[in-house]
Design a protein. Structure first.
Length: 192
């Protein structure tokens, strides 16, 4: 191939990022603020503070898939035989905001759940990522806490993989993501 230059394609915008859209940056800061509210509203033990710190760190890395992170936070209220919950989950493979519960009656019980928003590595998206949906979920979670909900954590994080000294507010990964999306679109790629 004398005289021919190979033109390199830029990496796809989702190679190391969740399939967020550039205009969805707000959710990162909204959920970091939510974690701060949980910290301020709840009496916490050291284990709970550590889990919330891991969650806040991982949220700060969005839209990047946080290496080694596997953390879930549930606000769970049990009253009699009924349960209500709001969950937030983030790992290096998925991000999910959901709610649900269990109600009992004279003829048994019924469980229900709603995915507010979910996305996964590889491009899967489900639900609506909008201010109303996330804001309503957040208000419901805060109400559950005010009624005495317990914090429930799922933590399988590989803490040795966490770069705790990374300043995610100063070197915002979303700025890099926006640049990757711009280059991708200029090269003829499409964003759903």
């Amino acid at each position: 191939m004398d005289g021919e230059q190979e033109v390199s394609q830029p990496e796809g915008p989702y190679d190391d990022c969740f399939p967020f859209r550039p205009d969805e940056r707000w959710v990162k800061y909204e959920l970091i603020g939510f974690v701060d509210k949980v910290i301020s509203l709840s009496p916490l033990d050291p284990r709970e503070l550590k889990n919330l710190a891991i969650l806040k760190y991982a949220l700060g890395l969005l839209p990047l898939m946080p290496t080694g992170v596997h953390i879930g936070l549930g606000m769970v209220l049990r009253v009699g035989g009924e349960t209500s919950y709001c969950d937030l989950f983030l790992s290096e493979a998925s991000f999910k905001v959901s709610k649900g519960g269990y109600v009992s009656g004279s003829f048994g019980g019924d469980s229900f759940s709603t995915t507010i928003f979910e996305c996964e590595a590889g491009g899967f998206r489900d639900g609506s990522l909008d201010h109303w949906g996330i804001g309503s979920w957040e208000l419901e979670a805060i109400e559950l806490l005010s009624l005495g909900a317990e914090l429930a954590f799922e933590n399988e994080t590989e803490e040795s993989d966490i770069e705790w000294d990374r300043e995610y507010y100063e070197d915002d990964p979303w700025d890099d993501f926006d640049e990757k999306v711009r280059k991708w679109v200029e090269a003829g790629g499409e964003i759903d």
